[in-house]
Design a protein around this ligand. Structure first.
Ligand SMILES: [Zn+2]
Length: 583
């Protein structure tokens, strides 16, 4: 665990961030620490950013670090990849300067160019290692032409360019946008919301300021309170954008500039906003016990990301449904897509949900060509588990309770009352309390085991079943995907158990011919073939031509959609109404 020794009360930490070469993607950082009373001062940089479970080695972007005291140079000795050590015996203050290179455009990494700076705090701020609880003041000196700052950090004396952070957990959880973003806002139940739109996009301010409050109100209703006084949405609009990262009182979202212009694109944006905003409760406050206080030097392992992320993924769409911005049909189609995604992943027969969570650091965030065969998304399967549990609770309570009650109970009990994270057992006990039954078997099957999900048993509570449109197809499949957007057929992945897998087609093989005929650049390589047909594949592997005999197998893909059961009982109507927010 991190060393969390309290700083002396009179320690003062001030940062000044300027951008002498923003066009070359640099921030110049100066940190002053005064009131020191220690012989050794360790300066550290986090190696990861909470919410994104990968060691990113942020210290790799630091250069020209120097330290001084009263104008005299102080040697800074590196003693770990992310730690610089200063000898501060007899010294009460130090001045540290360094530069940070920031050119990775994502919601979880800093990016600077002549037009703006997005400062994702863990990769910008070096901190005194034993002073995580210390407050700090941040002065921002914008690059020429930059006019505004958007962050959830409080202003000092009303100055937007001077911000205050009560401790480093809050600083590392507060991204800062500096530039000429389009800022507008709205109020929801007395909480001030700020939208900071970075980069042009085809967004409609009026529509957003009308629809986002509806989503926020639905989320507040689940937990019973909005713990923030203000909240900031930083939105990066780009040619191709996506993803989001949650914070205590803000979020950073990625969006495609054009996406807002289509109904589907706009709905996806609302769903993403609903997801990240839901996190301000689920994971930022109601959290697995391993996720806070954070160890910023190492991986923080938890088997509960299926709750932190999967449940959030479930709510992101059911919330939009509750606002009526999705029709019930819209919503069920999205759900069917999630189910298809899970069921068409070979890794679903290999990796459990608990394992997917624990190994996020080495698998989910480090995908390779074999990931689909060996792992699942704890977002997708976690959201499906949330669906099953929601239906179970609604059915058992005859429509008087739902998964919402579990979330509210957990928030009140662990975040507000006990002021700590929950254990695996505690979350399970809360689910059992509201489901009215023991969930040992459920956990053994779906969380810690690989039992295929019995969808229809749960969907029947609401009078639905899944129907596989491909059940009666007798199509052949090779079992590969191709590298997209190139005019050649190069194998990107080989699906476990497929014809390509069994007969030895490899990733990176370039397929040239099938049965002596040149293959089409796009589309089906095996048009007209049936399962059991033997084909001869001509390919180039590592620059050498070769021929492979392949026996085609039946396509095992599924394509589920929802179908209504006949003759619904009053109980099924009750469950459906509650689940889908029907009148
Ligand atoms: Zn999330």
């Amino acid at each position: 665990m991190a060393t969390n020794i309290s700083a002396a009360d009179n320690t003062q930490i001030t940062y000044t961030i300027s951008f002498s070469e923003a066009q070359a993607h640099y921030a110049d950082v100066e940190m002053k620490v005064s009131g020191l009373k220690q012989d050794i001062l360790e300066l550290k940089m986090p190696v990861w950013t909470p919410g994104s479970y990968l060691i990113r080695e942020f210290e790799k972007n630091i250069e020209s670090l120097s330290a001084s005291t009263g104008g005299k140079v102080l040697a800074a000795k590196k003693n770990r990849k992310n730690i610089w050590q200063l000898n501060t015996a007899g010294i009460t203050s130090v001045n540290v300067k360094y530069r940070v290179y920031a050119f990775e455009a994502s919601v979880r990494t800093s990016f600077i160019d002549a037009s703006h700076a997005f400062l994702s705090s863990p990769d910008i701020f070096i901190y005194p290692g034993n002073m995580l609880h210390a407050s700090s003041t941040i002065h921002i000196k914008p690059y020429k032409g930059w006019a505004s700052v958007s962050t959830s950090l409080e202003k000092v004396n009303g100055d937007p360019f001077t911000r205050y952070s009560p401790d480093f957990d809050i600083l590392f959880d507060s991204p800062i946008e500096v530039g000429n973003q389009d800022v507008f806002g709205f109020d929801v139940g007395g909480v001030k919301y700020e939208m900071a739109m970075v980069g042009d996009g085809k967004y409609d301010k009026d529509r957003l300021t009308k629809d986002l409050p509806k989503i926020i109100e639905q989320e507040v209703a689940i937990f019973g309170e909005n713990p923030n006084k203000h909240y900031t949405f930083i939105v990066h609009n780009a040619f191709k954008g996506g993803g989001g990262l949650e914070h205590l009182s803000s979020t950073t979202l990625g969006a495609s500039r054009e996406a807002y212009a289509t109904e589907v694109g706009y709905q996806n944006f609302l769903s993403l906003a609903a997801h990240e905003h839901f996190h301000l409760w689920n994971v930022k406050r109601l959290r697995p016990i391993a996720l806070g206080p954070f160890d910023y030097d190492n991986e923080n392992y938890t088997t509960n990301l299926w709750i932190a992320e999967g449940f959030t993924a479930y709510y992101q769409d059911i919330i939009v449904r509750r606002t009526q911005l999705y029709s019930p049909e819209n919503y069920l189609a999205i759900l069917a897509e999630d189910i298809n995604q899970l069921e068409n992943t070979a890794g679903a027969r290999v990796q459990t949900l608990a394992e997917a969570s624990y190994d996020a650091w080495i698998k989910a965030y480090r995908p390779n060509e074999n990931s689909g065969n060996t792992s699942i998304s704890y977002y997708t399967k976690g959201s499906i588990i949330a669906l099953l549990l929601d239906l179970e609770i609604i059915n058992d309570s005859k429509g008087t309770s739902s998964l919402d009650d579990v979330m509210r109970y957990m928030y009140n009990e662990y975040y507000k009352t006990q002021k700590r994270g929950y254990t695996d057992t505690e979350f399970k006990q809360a689910l059992e309390k509201f489901a009215g039954k023991n969930l040992d078997e459920f956990y053994a099957r779906y969380i810690n085991g690989l039992t295929p999900v019995a969808y229809n048993s749960y969907l029947a509570y609401a009078g639905y079943k899944l129907v596989n449109a491909l059940a009666d197809d007798n199509e052949a499949a090779l079992g590969i995907t191709q590298i997209p957007l190139i005019p050649r057929v190069i194998v990107a992945t080989v699906q476990r158990g497929s014809a390509a897998w069994i007969d030895g087609i490899n990733v990176n093989d370039e397929i040239i011919t099938i049965d002596g005929e040149p293959v089409p650049e796009k589309g089906n390589l095996i048009t007209g073939k049936k399962p059991g047909n033997k084909i001869e594949v001509g390919l180039i592997r590592d620059g050498l031509p070769m021929l492979l005999k392949v026996t085609l197998l039946k396509n095992t893909r599924v394509k589920y959609s929802f179908e209504e059961l006949p003759n619904l009982t009053p109980q099924q109507f009750t469950v459906r109404r509650k689940w889908l927010t029907l009148k």
